[in-house]
Design a protein around this ligand. Structure first.
Ligand code: FES
Length: 120
């Protein structure tokens, strides 16, 4: 996938092995905000640095960890994703922050070189 046309602050949804993958081009404000989250406040504690190889880019499986709906990008109380099925809110690192989902959205294996993202 080519990340060159994804504007900062927006998310592109692509299909990989039949599943949605969210590619989020994060702003500096979003990166700083996610890096400063207190891990003790998280249901599924994971640092942002462990989730984004390059802080500018977040690549996650677009599947809610509750019952598998596809969350809406740029929505919810944490401005990451909102799952309308039962009301799970995810942050801009794809971490679960509120609602019934038990875990952060999953990370697919990928490599990113320049603007070329290879998932798998
Ligand atoms: Fe997302 Fe239930 S499937 S909140």
């Amino acid at each position: 996938f080519d990340t060159g046309a994804i504007a900062e602050g927006t998310t592109l949804t692509v299909k990989w092995r039949g599943k949605p993958v969210f590619i989020r081009h994060r702003t500096d404000t979003e990166i700083a905000g996610e890096a400063s989250v207190d891990l003790a406040s998280l249901r599924d504690p994971q640092s942002d640095a462990d989730r984004a190889k390059d802080p500018k880019w977040l690549v996650i499986l677009g599947i809610c960890t509750h019952l598998g709906c596809v969350p809406i990008s740029g929505a919810g109380e944490y401005n990451g994703w909102f799952c309308p099925c039962h009301g799970s809110h995810y942050d801009v690192s794809g971490r679960i922050r509120k609602g019934p989902a038990p875990l952060n959205m999953e990370l697919p294996p990928y490599t990113l070189e320049g603007t070329t993202l290879v998932i798998g």
